[in-house]
Design a protein around this ligand. Structure first.
Ligand code: HEC
Ligand code: HEC
Ligand code: HEC
Ligand code: HEC
Length: 202
């Protein structure tokens, strides 16, 4: 008697569940909510120098703009002096450049194989000026890791990227490559600065 009922009860229950399920239009969790979150994740931009520096000649062109010379104009033909160092001032040119950055020679950062048109790593690999952080990171791994975690180098914008974008400073916004000790330079203006002569904008 009760034997039979016990046997069929689970099946009957299952059938009921199926019937109920089929009778209703499927209700799915709104998938768009998820996609909207992803779409409003704003970007993180890193400020970088526009390109190779150049040397001002002190003269203006007919439109009043300063005339500058690219490094390679002089250095493509001049053999590189490998033992020139920051801290011992040059006599013939760049006299104003008196830096202090460990005891680094100029060619530990400036690439002598292309007339100083780029930077270079210790293995000789060329690095464009705009990627100067790759050069700094080579010798300052701990600070670069801190930077990547957000513990060094600051930012403007949003921690929460769903609310807005974030702009990170470049190492050289705060540290002068030739004299990187922090208090010797004023940090470059922030990215919201409206004066374009500050340079270094994205
Ligand atoms: C008008 C020519 C001229 C321009 C432009 C110029 N330099 Fe020089 N540079 C020189 C001269 C001359 C020396 C040698 C100075 C000395 O020995 O006292 C020199 C020396 C150097 C040195 C020291 C090592 C070496 O090879 O003598 C470096 C590094 C250097 N220049 C980098 C640069 C960079 C980077 C630029 C571009 C931002 C640049 N120079 C633009 C003329 C120039
Ligand atoms: C630690 C790396 C490093 C060393 C060492 C270094 N430079 Fe530079 N130099 C740079 C970078 C990077 C720039 C581009 C400007 C900037 O981002 O600060 C630059 C810019 C320059 C410029 C153009 C702008 C300016 O300041 O006049 C000249 C000229 C120059 N360097 C010459 C030299 C000379 C000469 C030496 C050696 C006495 C030297 N540098 C050593 C990294 C270095
Ligand atoms: C070839 C290796 C090398 C490269 C490339 C290099 N540095 Fe350095 N840096 C050094 C050495 C060596 C010191 C001195 C460390 C010391 O005296 O304890 C130093 C010191 C510093 C200091 C501390 C200065 C002080 O007196 O407190 C800062 C900041 C710094 N570097 C920033 C930079 C930045 C920014 C760049 C990229 C433009 C850079 N470095 C590229 C080797 C390097
Ligand atoms: C927002 C400005 C800022 C930026 C961007 C920045 N730094 Fe610094 N950095 C500082 C300050 C401020 C100090 C001095 C910290 C202190 O005295 O404790 C410092 C110190 C350092 C030192 C000296 C050692 C130390 O930790 O005190 C090194 C090396 C250095 N920074 C490398 C870098 C490198 C490499 C980058 C790029 C990846 C970078 N910094 C980006 C502001 C900055």
């Amino acid at each position: 008697m009760s034997h039979d009922i016990r046997h069929y009860r689970p099946l009957a229950l299952l059938a009921l569940v199926f019937a109920a399920g089929c009778g209703r239009a499927p209700v799915e969790p709104a998938p768009t909510a998820k996609f909207e979150m992803a779409a409003t994740r704003h970007p993180v931009a890193i400020r970088r120098p526009a390109g190779p520096p150049s040397v001002p000649t002190g003269t203006l062109d007919e439109k009043g703009r300063p005339v500058t010379i690219a490094c390679a104009n002089c250095h493509a033909t001049k053999p590189a002096v490998a033992d020139a160092k920051l801290g011992s001032p040059l006599k013939l040119f760049h006299q104003g450049l008196i830096g202090q950055h460990g005891t680094l020679s100029c060619v530990s950062c400036h690439n002598p194989t292309d007339g100083y048109a780029s930077l270079r790593l210790a293995d000789g690999k060329s690095v464009p000026y705009a990627e100067v952080m790759t050069l700094c990171a080579q010798c300052h791994g701990p600070q670069f890791r801190d930077y990547q975690h957000g513990a060094h180098g600051g930012m403007t914008g949003y921690w929460d990227l769903s609310k807005g974008s974030r702009v990170r400073n470049n190492c050289v916004d705060c540290h002068d490559s030739h004299a990187p000790k922090y208090p010797t330079v004023t940090p470059a203006p922030g990215p919201n600065d409206r004066n374009p002569s500050g340079g270094g904008h994205e």
